[in-house]
Design a protein around this ligand. Structure first.
Ligand code: URA
Length: 241
């Protein structure tokens, strides 16, 4: 179920604010009844009309994108910097990112116009596993990496158990490559966790989201998820399997 104004906005006929105005003015009906309440929730089977014209709900789209570094996870930017949707010039649906990656982080980012799907996959309760590969300063010991696994006290609380694995260490250059899987999605979480153990991140890439990988894609490229992948993600979020 989605909020009525959001469904109208996603159908591409008005901005969210304009949709709210249309509702308040009594121009919108749901299953033949005028609805003026803004928070009204509607589902796929509800028949919505705006000014007497039936709303065509947008086809649901799901993309797996290899976000390059130096791109903002947003659909627009006040300062005109590159945003992720700039890489989808031929997609007409109003897609938006599912979660976020920092400006300087590269890697796997999902985009969709399906609000329920986005909510499901980003809700902390559903604990979707996300795997990052980080180049960090210094050479973290096994004991230090164990701290990441047990949980780190950050200013917004202790992190949930993670998995951390040393992939390689370069003594001469004094940096290491560490793979880490987390189940949360707090702001700059991976960077803050490595800061906390004294090994700041130099470079960060998200390699996997649940069972999805970047296989076959170069930075800046995307592909559509298959129907099966979408179903599997939903089941995983709902049941953990
Ligand atoms: N953690 C971070 O620190 N940055 C990201 O972009 C994603 C997770």
């Amino acid at each position: 179920m989605e909020r009525l104004q959001k469904v109208i906005a996603q159908a591409g006929i008005a901005s969210r604010r304009k949709a709210e105005r249309l509702i308040a003015e009594g121009k919108v009906t749901v299953n033949g009844k005028v609805v003026t309440e803004l928070g009204t929730k509607v589902g796929l089977s509800d028949k919505i009309q705006v000014n007497g014209i039936p709303l065509e709900q947008e086809e649901k789209k799901y993309f797996l994108f290899y976000k390059p570094r130096g791109v903002i996870t947003a659909v627009r930017d006040d300062k005109n910097r590159k945003v992720v949707t700039d890489f989808f010039p031929h997609v007409e649906e109003r897609i938006y990112p599912v979660g976020r990656l920092d400006y300087d982080t590269s890697g796997l980012l999902l985009l969709s116009n399906d609000g329920e799907f986005t909510h499901l996959l980003t809700h902390p309760k559903h604990e979707m596993p996300k795997t990052y590969v980080a180049k960090v300063k210094g050479l973290p010991s096994r004991e230090t990496l164990k701290q990441l696994e047990k949980g780190i006290q950050l200013e917004d609380g202790k992190t949930a158990p993670a998995k951390a694995k040393l992939l390689s260490a370069d003594k001469r250059k004094n940096h290491a490559i560490v793979e880490m899987t987390i189940h949360e999605g707090r702001n700059r979480q991976v960077r803050r966790m490595f800061d906390a153990i004294g090994h700041p991140v130099v470079k960060l890439k998200r390699e996997r989201f649940a069972f999805l990988t970047l296989h076959g894609l170069n930075a800046g490229e995307y592909r559509e998820l298959t129907v099966h992948e979408v179903k599997r993600l939903k089941v995983l979020a709902q049941t953990g399997q």
